[in-house]
Design a protein around this ligand. Sequence first.
Ligand code: PLP
Ligand code: TYF
Length: 394
Amino acid sequence: MFSNLKEQPADKILALMQLFKDDPRPQKIDLGVGVYKNAEGITPVMRAVKAAEKQLWETQETKSYVGLAGDPAFADAMISLVLGDMVARENVAAAATPGGTGACRQAFEMIRMANPDARVFVSNPTWPNHLSILSFMKMPVVEYRYFDSNTGGVDFDGMLADLAQAKPGDLVLLHGCCHNPTGANLNLIQWQMVVDSLLKTGATPMIDIAYQGFGDGLEDDAAATRLVASSVPECLIAASCSKNFGVYRERTGILMAVAQDSSLRGLTQGTLNYLNRQNYSFPPDHGARVVTMILQDPELRADWAAELEQVRLSMLGLREQLAGELQRLSGSDRFAFLAQHRGMFSRLGTTSEMVDRLREDHAIYMVGDSRLNIAGLNKDSVPVLAQAIIDCGI
Ligand code: PLP
Ligand code: TYF
């Protein structure tokens, strides 16, 4: 029986992680997988997470099941974090999921239940797991233009032209902030134009927001999601707590279904609960509970927000240092986009041959599409990367 199985393609990002581990060169630099690392190269447990976990250990009296949608307090806290007061709580159905990935999967499942012929519009490029899950689910994918490798920015005219092809019953997947893998984002005027396009075509947006707080701050990073959610008749939001709470392995995320009134909420909530039950019954609780405790407690929340802000500023500092160093070495502004990008990632916009050369000749690891994780750098490795980029003739 097992011999009937086919070899499946490996996750390229995770394969790169292994390649890096196996590289004996001491000066090696890991700009691959998207986890935040501090200047010492460590992915720390955030202070507020430690404090909440300690409190939880001391006070938690049961680990009995919670509910199919997870703890309603987690939903309340996350809806408020992501949507602020732009959308009435009674218009939102929500269910905790195993990470943002679980939320994406359940969102696709829900759309397929609502419309078995739904096409999913995705940015070119998008996070490879979007494509992998959609292909596994055999859902038709339509790419819309997104990254312009000549400018390092968004090909916005191309994007709008492609989104105009969507129809009612289609899903348009958008990154709420800090686009993965490119780091290039829309401004709010452009987001309003995307909303206008969605209203015109009648397609349903789905926002994947996995880096709130990593770009321009907690509020600014949620602005596009809030604009979309308060403007269109219906939308889905897949939010991840992995990065902004640093709880990666706890698998903490949430899927929200937002409508303009509460009439369909019973149906959407029932569907989210049903989908959780079919796939894993109860979602993981530990990370969600810790996140809820942090968001509900003013002191923990303030400390978390302060640490997150430090993380954000450290990445911005590295961006500016790298762009400055490259300007100095190249004598041109062609890398200025690195300072304009937001979040953990930037796409350099070079060839996979150059990415191979950076790895082979300079022990610098980035994903094959030339995505680099800014948080993998520190102030000493920035000049090394800049020099290697110039030496390779990029
Ligand atoms: N969506 C995007 C765009 C991501 O980059 C990630 C990865 O971190 C996720 C969703 C979900 O991550 P996780 O399942 O670890 O919460
Ligand atoms: O894009 C990244 O690097 C992160 C982490 O299968 C990640 O989103 C990478 C691969 C994967 C799941 C998460």
